[in-house]
Design a protein around this ligand. Structure first.
Ligand code: SF4
Ligand code: SF4
Length: 313
């Protein structure tokens, strides 16, 4: 049984809500099956915070083993590097995270805040937030690039705002069962970050024929005008539906790229920046010249059922 302690730093609790929504496996089943023992979670534990203080002390002294440390929220280093904008019992949370991470077999940054800095680290970043081992897409955050947990892993980044529920519990299950967790260039588990949001989007045929919406709430693709980042964002949102039912794009909302290190982008999330008539950022791996040639051909070839936006989305 793997012991797990969950700390919140500069967080909105969105990843906790996501964790509690997981169904396959659920956190309850991981606990009931004896995979995970929750030493502390701020929304689940019933003990007073004196219990957390005692746990921190015991783990720091090596008197209690910690297998998995989960951190939810941006690491607040202000003011002036002290971290005292975010403290627990008079001690900066960043110091507590450092101490516990040094004792843990594996460390999970749950959510794009803990992984990359996220929304709190967006300009002007008044509290000097950073990610655990990345600052946006630059390696090195609160920990330098060489830092490793006791099992030899860097911080495992579960990107997302919030992280997909199944990404959290399946990573916990893999660690609890001693399975290897392979990571991508941004230290995200490849098992969950190996496809684009664009893959599996029900609006794909509209995208192929360049039939685009100009207003929210429509039925076509949102890439050209409404800021959709599905073709550049690695995440499983359209293959593992949220609440087993839907996703942003299925609900008619553009993908904001929330699993990416540079989330949130510096600009309007509902508008596509363009160079001439073509988006500045193209689908991953596509050249501008080919894209422009293809776009005009695709529009001309669009069948009536697609042009009329009569397909189900
Ligand atoms: S990543 Fe998003 S959901 Fe998670 S704590 Fe930060 S703002 Fe909240
Ligand atoms: S709405 Fe977004 S994810 Fe869906 S097809 Fe268009 S660009 Fe791709």
């Amino acid at each position: 049984m793997a012991t797990m302690l969950w700390l919140q730093t500069g967080a909105c609790s969105g990843d906790t809500m996501s964790l509690l929504n997981a169904h396959g496996p659920s956190l309850e089943s991981l606990v009931a099956n004896g995979d995970i023992q929750v030493l502390w979670h701020p929304s689940i534990s019933t003990e007073p915070t004196s219990h957390l203080a005692k746990l921190i002390e015991q783990i720091e002294k090596g008197e209690r083993e910690l297998d998995i440390l989960c951190v939810e929220g941006s690491l607040i280093t202000g003011p002036y590097g002290t971290g005292m904008f975010d403290s627990f019992r008079g001690r900066a949370k960043i110091d507590i995270v450092r101490a516990l991470a040094g004792q843990a077999q594996a460390v999970l940054a749950v959510g794009s805040c803990a992984a990359f800095g996220g929304i709190p680290a967006a300009p002007p970043n008044p509290t000097d937030c950073t990610g655990m081992q990345f600052t946006r897409d630059t390696a090195g955050g609160m920990f330098d690039t060489a830092w490793r947990s006791k099992s030899g892993m860097p911080v495992i980044n579960l990107g997302g705002c919030p992280t997909h529920p199944l990404t959290i519990t399946r990573t916990l299950a893999m660690l609890a069962q001693g399975l290897p967790v392979e990571l991508d260039a941004h230290n995200r588990p490849t098992a969950f970050f190996n496809q684009m949001v664009h893959q599996g989007c029900t609006r794909n045929e509209y995208h192929e024929y360049d039939v685009e919406d100009t207003e929210l709430g429509g039925r076509a693709c949102m890439f050209f005008n409404l800021g959709c980042q599905g073709p550049t964002t690695m995440a499983n949102c359209n293959s593992e539906l949220w609440n087993q039912r839907s996703s942003k794009t299925r609900a008619g909302v553009p993908c904001f790229g929330c699993t990416s290190p540079n989330f949130p982008k510096n600009g309007d999330l509902f508008r596509t920046e363009k160079m001439g008539e073509v988006p500045v950022t193209l689908p991953l791996g596509v050249s501008r010249g080919h894209y422009m040639a293809y776009k005009n051909l695709a529009q001309a070839a669009a069948p009536m059922r697609v042009r009329d936006k009569k397909m189900d989305t």
